[in-house]
Design a binder for this molecule. Structure first.
Ligand SMILES: [Cu+2]
Length: 204
């Protein structure tokens, strides 16, 4: 009898201990997205990490209306991401294209797509990124699994939204800045960074 009670208490204790870490496991982060390339687009990305499950809530305004906006976590292997400045402009066109920004924020690690794959391979999946509404506001929410290299260093990385209608003609086209540095079939306007924010822990 005494043994049985002892075992029950042990099981209760074990159950409690296994739940307790989970209750504290969620980590929250935020990135304040500041405009790049005179986009006038700013926003906030709230990120919550629970194990390998990342919940992203992104709200932005001032983006090119009625157009899709690629959005990613960018990160560097050896150091913390920063957001680029005009000093990143290498070719003197007064724009910081995605490649020119990469020394600061690193390559794509995660793609904030609306459905399906979220890996770097979906980095230019323009048909699976959110579209800003007619006022230029964009909201996005999704929970998905991320690889350990993203989960473990999320606070070292940056969020970048892309797509600037540089000449304000209502479409992404080749008139203002030619072809994208990432894909010659896409206009530069479709892939150029619109804003960037480093990911910071909240309340930690
Ligand atoms: Cu990006």
């Amino acid at each position: 009898m005494r043994t049985k009670i002892g075992v029950s208490l042990l099981l209760v204790a074990a159950a409690y201990l296994s739940l307790a870490p989970a209750a504290f496991a969620q980590e929250t982060f935020q990135a304040e997205l500041d405009p790049l390339n005179n986009s006038g687009a700013s926003g906030t990305a709230d990120l919550a990490l629970d194990g390998d499950q990342l919940t992203a809530d992104i709200a932005s305004e001032g983006l090119a209306p009625n157009l899709p906006h690629a959005q990613h976590i960018h990160g560097l292997e050896q150091t913390m991401s920063e957001c680029p400045t005009i000093l990143n402009d290498q070719n003197g066109d007064n724009l910081v294209n995605t490649t020119e920004g990469e020394p600061s924020y690193g390559p794509i690690l995660t793609s904030f797509t609306t459905e399906g794959d979220t890996s770097p391979e979906s980095g230019l999946a323009v048909d699976r990124f959110p579209v800003a509404n007619e006022d230029g506001t964009l909201t996005y929410g999704r929970t998905f699994g991320v690889p350990s290299n993203v989960a473990e260093r999320l606070g070292d990385f940056a969020v970048v939204q892309h797509g600037v209608d540089l000449n304000g003609n209502g479409v992404y086209d080749f008139e203002a800045a030619g072809a994208s540095d990432l894909d010659p079939n896409l206009p530069q306007e479709a892939t150029i960074p619109a804003n960037c924010g480093t990911i910071e822990p909240v309340g930690g």
